[in-house]
Design a protein around this ligand. Sequence first.
Ligand code: NCD
Length: 307
Amino acid sequence: MFKKRHVLSMREFSREEIDSVLDMAQTLEPYARGKRSDMLAGKILALLFFEPSTRTRMSFETAMKRLGGGVINLGPAEGSSISKGESLADTVRVIGGYADALVIRHPKEGSARLASEFSPVPVLNAGDGAGHHPTQTLLDLYTIKKEQGRIDDLEIALVGDLKYGRTVHSLAYALSLYGADVTLVSPPTLRMPESIRTDLSGKGTRVREVCDLGKVVNNVDVLYMTRIQRERFPDPQEYNKVARSYRLTPQFLAGARKNLIIMHPLPRVDEISPDVDGTPHARYFQQSFYGVTVRMALLKMLIGGGA
Ligand code: NCD
């Protein structure tokens, strides 16, 4: 079901397929913690990052290496033939001949899909502009499942830049497959795009939109914070108007549910105060660790040996 397919957006995943990735991740977690394996020996993963990345790039690399595979890296675009004017299509055709799968992050929406049209091997979208970030969503779902014991029927707030944030675009869609009750918390100018809101209500998801974070914290099981995506604003003044819209501090959490978990794809800027890190609700560093586990599962399912 997974062999050699592209991973471009969550829309292409059924709930059963997502569950099979999460189950595989559970099986592979000991390897993320250091158990030795050569499951992907002889396989090569190519990393093509045209935008900054710490966790996504390094967790893919870690996942591959811990399973015995190798990694090749395009490096900064200025150091590659892109700077001589080579097209993405040609780059992908060539590197697809070297590697067993490609991971691509690019500032333009739709770029991973374009790459998939030219690549002879699976393409994994690691973020296309303000579009999608499906592998992040899979690790987010894994985190929720591990830390809450289930994904179904939870009350979840997505907070921050819902307009430009690709992680929340992918996550909102996936949550609609699990009967979640979703509260969208953003400044009025950074609302979730209408197409995604329509998708959610079309799937019967209960959705409400609010601006005030304080009103939401006590009534949810998961608080998913995000960074205001400064680099996507056409006008820096518009960014400055919303830059410090939310800042979660321990004071907000006084009346929170006991089981509340706070997540964040990271990097954070100032939307979660560092003194929240020591509260029993913080899970964002655990979440970034699960990135290795879940990416191991995806790689094994896409390019691993066997049936
Ligand atoms: C996110 C991204 O790149 O979209 N980071 C990540 O992959 N963990 C979130 C962000 O940059 O704000």
